[in-house]
Design a binder for this molecule. Structure first.
Ligand SMILES: Nc1ncnc2c1ncn2[C@@H]1O[C@H](COP(=O)(O)OP(=O)(O)OP(=O)(O)O)[C@@H](O)[C@H]1O
Length: 305
């Protein structure tokens, strides 16, 4: 079921379209990675989804309801992280969260339990009594995430949520978000951290210059990402590259001993392997490597222009 949907969403500032005819869909339980370079239009789209910015044209629907018709109770089911600072600087982490829980109308009897759970999930437990102004960048970001998650929202909108997080925190946040999505939450994340998104998202939207170039789910991405053949030889990979060139196959030299050959299907592997052995190439590694989301993203943007 479509939970977040936009139709021809557009935002113009002066003569420039920051967001141009974006039609996207995030379904129930999906983690949607909204990917784009700096200035692509991600935050502007997020702001429109959160009613912080009025679209120039186009529509936004939540669970099929136009955004203008949504009740205030509905907005209570949304959690978001969009701008810094996330907290009152002179309040401790705990004080900030209690204040926020009250604003979110979480019953007093529930607040401590929710707060304990979120602080533990986000590895923020040890900082409960620290004032927000004394926190590191990453821990400040975690307060923003804790606030977004505290009331167990059904929809989460997160703008660059993993900014400033260390590797341990990245894993913790990833697990928390995956767990929320498994429990039915729909999570819409804008990011340009593609390695992280590859581990997290099960639907991807690629935006460039305000346009949505591609939207695809995980199985479509699996089908479309290129498979490359990676070969390492004991000796000179340049000779191997020349051999492929003679066979009209392009290749990329990765180092003196390594080479990447795109566009070879796995069915061709055994005959190619035999040919290379016949040519006396001393093969050390011969295996497929999947194109990364980063490479797919850059290729999509390049082709989209
Ligand atoms: N209030 C505004 N007035 C004028 N132009 C704006 C305004 N807000 C955003 N823009 C422009 O819209 C474009 C998209 O900006 P946006 O912040 O949405 O990009 P982004 O994808 O979130 O980038 P980043 O990854 O750097 O945060 C940019 O060219 C930006 O300068």
């Amino acid at each position: 079921m479509a939970i977040i949907q936009t139709k021809n969403l557009t935002k113009r500032y002066g003569m420039k379209n920051s967001v141009c005819n974006i039609s996207l869909t995030a379904n129930e339980g999906e983690i949607y990675g909204f990917l784009g370079l700096n200035g692509a239009g991600k935050t502007t789209t997020m702001r429109m989804l959160l009613k912080m910015v009025r679209p120039t044209s186009g529509e936004i629907y939540y669970s099929g309801q136009p955004i203008s018709k949504l009740s205030s109770e509905f907005w209570n089911q949304i959690g978001y992280l969009i701008e810094t600072p996330h907290a009152y600087p002179n309040f401790t982490v705990e004080e900030n969260l209690i204040l926020y829980a009250k604003q979110r109308l979480i019953p007093d009897s529930e607040i401590k339990k929710r707060m304990d759970s979120v602080l533990q999930q986000l590895l923020l437990d040890a900082y409960r009594q620290v004032k927000a102004k004394d926190l590191s960048l990453g821990n400040n970001q975690k307060i923003g995430l804790a606030k977004a998650m505290l009331h167990k929202p059904k929809i989460l909108l997160l703008d660059e949520p993993t900014n400033g997080l260390d590797p341990e925190a990245l894993v913790a946040v990833r697990h928390s978000l995956i767990e929320m999505a498994k429990n039915g939450a729909t999570i819409f994340i804008s990011s340009h951290l593609l390695d992280e998104m590859e581990k997290l998202a099960n639907r991807i939207g690629i935006v460039a210059n305000g346009h949505l170039l591609r939207e695809l789910n995980l199985s479509e991405f699996e089908r479309e990402r290129q498979s490359n053949l990676y070969i390492k030889v004991a000796g000179s990979a340049k000779n191997l590259a020349d051999y492929f060139t003679a066979k009209n196959l392009q290749s990329t030299l990765l180092s003196e001993e390594e080479i990447l050959v795109p566009g070879v299907s796995i069915r061709q592997y055994s005959s190619l392997l035999k040919q290379l052995e016949l040519q006396n190439f001393n093969l050390m590694i011969f295996r497929p490597v999947q194109e990364s989301l980063e490479s797919f993203f850059l290729r999509t943007i390049k082709e989209g222009h």
